[in-house]
Ligand binder design. Structure first.
Ligand code: SAH
Length: 364
């Protein structure tokens, strides 16, 4: 038998005490438990880590996001002081590339105070190292709500997919919450709450009103999206959200565990695997726009990066460095349409204060 992870012992203790555990609570413990959570105990990124994100694929990604931010700053009326906020900066690679690119517009660079919103002390330490020579003031916070108010540009790559999801499963009697229980063979296993969730059906979009028995529906708390919307409006700024997921609210289970670049069972080795679920862009946009922002997209990452000029950037990098193969491979990964590439799977959406107009890359 495989050894239990220390977090599994804690999860079993909680289930024994309080009963079956909602999926979102399980996911939150697996990722963020201060002692045993994945992000507090692992360096997940890169070739030797568990997965690779767009900023880790190539510097081109963060550079183009940097160009986006400087254009948005001009659309904001070039405020003398702007909070450049990143949610979930991982290793700090994207912020590093963004800040290097900001130097192209010295007035923008001079206006920036960078705020990094990071829940993991381990990753914060890595970000501090990566940003040692950033050349702008840097502050860290555990939540977006802690960042001081004022003009704001907010960036989030692969942040929302890490926020815990809830799951419900359809039976003949209605929608029941899916939970985690200890089964008869003493293993962690999914289970179904005995009673249906009251009024759940009425919360679903019209086209999901007659699902088959066994269908799964996932949803996230709107808390982070609402705060994002508030900050965009309060800061008369804009936000850029990049993630994988679906354009419209739909049925289906997308909760997945990844370790060492391979998929795994989300209930094995809690705390040692990265857990994520697709972002429901329709529901995210509804919450952010409800706070008074204008929403743009989602569009495919390939479309967004092409519009910002990734092909030209790749050509000039190739000419400068001579590393043609490497750059072509990175380009294919970022904008390619295959299942292994990010171009189609990843979507980009922006939210802006109505005074800003259309953020770069979203002109139709
Ligand atoms: N943006 C980075 C990392 C993505 S992984 C990249 O593209 O490489 C998700 C990141 O979000 C990690 O840094 C994780 O610690 C952080 N994170 C996840 N949930 C968070 C939360 N609720 N509050 C703050 N940071 C969070």
């Amino acid at each position: 038998m495989e050894a239990r992870s220390p977090l599994e012992t804690e999860i079993r203790r909680r289930i024994a005490l309080a009963g079956p555990m909602p999926v979102a609570e399980y996911m939150a413990l697996c990722l963020f438990d201060p002692k045993h959570g994945y992000y507090n105990t692992h360096d997940p990124f890169g070739a030797r880590g568990d997965f690779i994100t767009a900023p880790e694929v190539s510097q081109m990604f963060g550079e183009l996001v940097g160009l986006w931010a400087s254009a948005v700053w001009k659309q904001m009326g070039a405020p003398e002081n702007v909070r450049l906020i990143e949610l979930g900066p991982g290793r700090g690679t994207m912020m590093k590339d963004v800040l290097r690119t900001a130097k192209i517009v010295p007035e923008f660079q001079a206006a920036i105070v960078a705020h990094l919103v990071e829940i993991s002390p381990l990753l914060q330490t890595q970000q501090e190292k990566a940003l040692e020579d950033a050349g702008v003031p840097l502050f860290w916070h555990a939540a977006l709500a802690d960042v001081p108010k004022g003009p704001a540009i907010i960036l989030a790559n692969e942040f929302f997919d890490a926020l815990p999801v809830n799951q419900a499963i359809r039976t003949e009697r209605g929608w029941h919450e899916r939970r985690i229980q200890i089964d008869s063979s003493d293993q962690l296993a999914f289970s179904i709450a005995p009673e249906p969730l009251p009024f759940f059906q009425t919360l679903l979009p019209a086209d999901l009103q007659a699902p088959r028995v066994g269908a799964i529906f996932e949803w996230r708390a709107d808390t982070a999206a609402i705060e994002l919307g508030r900050r965009v409006v309060n800061g008369r700024g804009a936000a850029l959200v990049i993630d994988y997921g679906h354009t419209e609210t739909g049925l289906g289970e997308t909760l997945q565990a990844v370790g060492q670049h391979a998929y795994a069972d989300p209930l094995t080795l809690p705390g040692n695997l990265d857990l994520t679920a697709h972002v429901d862009f329709q529901s995210l946009s509804r919450a952010v726009e409800a706070m008074g922002t204008n929403g743009f997209g989602p569009i495919e990452q390939s479309v967004f990066l092409r519009r910002l000029g990734i092909e030209q950037r790749a050509a000039s990098l190739k000419a400068k460095t001579g590393r043609s193969n490497e750059i072509d491979q990175a380009l294919a990964r970022l904008i390619g349409q295959s299942r292994m590439a990010m171009g189609e799977l990843f979507k980009v959406t922006a939210f802006a204060h109505p005074s800003i107009g259309i953020p770069p890359g979203f002109e139709s």
